[in-house]
Design a protein around this ligand. Structure first.
Ligand SMILES: Nc1ncnc2c1ncn2[C@@H]1O[C@H](COP(=O)(O)OP(=O)(O)O)[C@@H](O)[C@H]1O
Ligand SMILES: [Mg+2]
Length: 317
């Protein structure tokens, strides 16, 4: 299908280590359409980098299939490499070279003439508001500037799909928002972008569609509104005690307005559509049973409640 940019089917990766097998990706299936900004959202260790590594031919899958524009990542890695741009999680710019040289070098490597490489590099630096920094050494760049240089470098050969692994982790909030603008602009110009993130708010505000992943598999995939409607308009009241919450969960389940409740360790979660009207009674349950309340959180319907509903676990950033 021409409108599918990236496709994976039951994709798997098991790392073999001296201390045993680690199942990083356990059967991941998804489809990214051309022209969309697609987010892989999951907590640390969910398998995001491994997935991006396989899609960008750096990591060889141990099961399933993946393709970019119809080219298989295992059978046809060279075709895939020509079609993709990759922005890794950490700064991999050549510190010996200037900003411009980093881009030119990549362009030459991709087969551009010296002249074409220079022109393309200058155009991209202009696009990313880095024109005046062309001659600067990479070591003189701020984190946000280096990130933009890495994106520019990834675009030197006009890739069909741009992959970014946690592009904003470690950036300050202002720089993060600036980068969102850059990505939105590229999307508006027709690029296909796949990014991973562990920031829920990043996925919510930036991505057209989101795959929520954990333990190497897709828990849910769709537009934000679809994801929210899957978990319902439920608010989660998350309470933490100084002892086992198990002993009061039965009582909480009996309360009017509580749809479901679950306890794990010292935390209790009550799912409700009427948080305001039950909160006052709910906070009294623990103390009545000899448990002190340490923390109360009201989690409104959001990706966070989607995650809670799908996994029964708090989202760990
Ligand atoms: N090279 C590796 N060797 C062994 N285990 C790995 C390797 N890379 C990642 N892992 C493990 O695979 C799991 C998924 O990791 P990763 O794909 O990096 O997740 P994420 O990017 O979502 O944080 C984790 O348990 C991680 O420790
Ligand atoms: Mg990662």
């Amino acid at each position: 299908m021409a409108d599918v940019a990236v496709e994976t089917s039951d994709l798997k990766k098991t790392y073999t280590t001296s201390s045993g097998a680690i199942e990083a990706v356990t059967g991941l299936s998804l489809e990214v359409r051309r022209g969309e900004l697609f987010g892989l959202l999951g907590p640390n260790g969910a398998g995001k980098s491994t997935t991006i590594g396989m899609l960008t031919t750096r990591i060889i899958p141990t099961g399933g299939t993946a393709s970019v524009g119809g080219a298989d990542v295992v059978r046809d890695p060279l075709t895939v490499k020509r079609r993709i741009g990759v922005v890794p999680q950490y700064n991999t710019l050549d510190r010996q070279l200037t900003v411009l040289e980093n881009l030119e070098f990549r362009g030459r490597y991709a087969g551009l003439s010296a002249r074409a490489a220079r022109q393309r590099a200058l155009d991209l630096l202009e696009l990313f508001s880095l024109g005046p920094r062309a001659g600067a050494k990479v070591t003189e760049m701020s984190g946000g500037q280096a990130q933009r240089v890495m994106i520019a470098r990834a675009l030197m050969h006009h890739p069909e799909v741009l992959f970014l692994d946690e592009p904003t982790s470690g950036l300050d909030p202002q720089t993060r928002v600036n980068l969102w603008d850059v990505l939105r602009q590229m999307r508006a110009e027709g690029s296909t972008i796949v990014l991973s993130t562990h920031y829920m708010e990043e996925a919510e505000s930036l991505c057209d569609r989101i795959a929520v992943i954990d333990h190497g598999t897709v828990l849910a995939c769709g537009e934000l509104a679809e994801l929210k409607s899957q978990s319902g308009p439920e608010t989660v009241l998350a309470l933490t005690y100084d002892g086992e919450a198990e002993k009061i969960v039965g009582q909480v389940r009996q309360m009017d307005g509580v749809l479901r409740a679950e306890a794990s360790g010292t935390s209790l979660r009550a799912f409700t559509r009427v948080p305001e009207s039950i909160l006052a009674a709910l906070v009294l349950v623990g103390p009545d049973a000899g448990l002190s309340l340490i923390d109360v959180r009201i989690v409104r319907p959001s990706l966070e409640t989607v995650f809670l509903t799908l996994t029964g676990r708090e989202y760990r950033e």
